[in-house]
Design a protein around this ligand. Structure first.
Ligand SMILES: [Zn+2]
Length: 95
């Protein structure tokens, strides 16, 4: 395995809550400022919609039927511990 480069996101003046981390290994995953929607639902329940995340790797493209129709998505894994963090739209089609 090669070197693992981990991005550390900037903290706010209070030093903490502005960054979301992997629940298993605590590596930074996203800034709270990157949340586009808190009113989003995934197959496992309530979720956030982000416009940028870091320290992730992608699974293969998969077609899934979501509440809004069929979409091509990728699961998102923590780059450090491989915990599944969520999924992303690879692209979608209107059906
Ligand atoms: Zn992790």
């Amino acid at each position: 395995m090669g070197l693992l480069f981990v991005e550390v996101l900037p903290r706010d003046a209070t030093g903490g809550a502005a960054v979301l981390q992997c629940r298993r290994c605590r590596v930074d995953a996203a800034s709270v400022a990157a949340i586009l929607s808190r009113d989003f639902h995934g197959r496992l329940g309530r979720a956030y919609l982000f416009d940028r995340v870091v320290n992730i790797s992608l699974g293969p493209n998969e077609d899934r039927y979501l509440r809004t129709g069929r979409h091509t998505v990728n699961d998102i894994y923590c780059i450090c511990c491989q915990e599944i963090l969520g999924w992303r739209y690879a692209h979608w089609s209107i059906t």
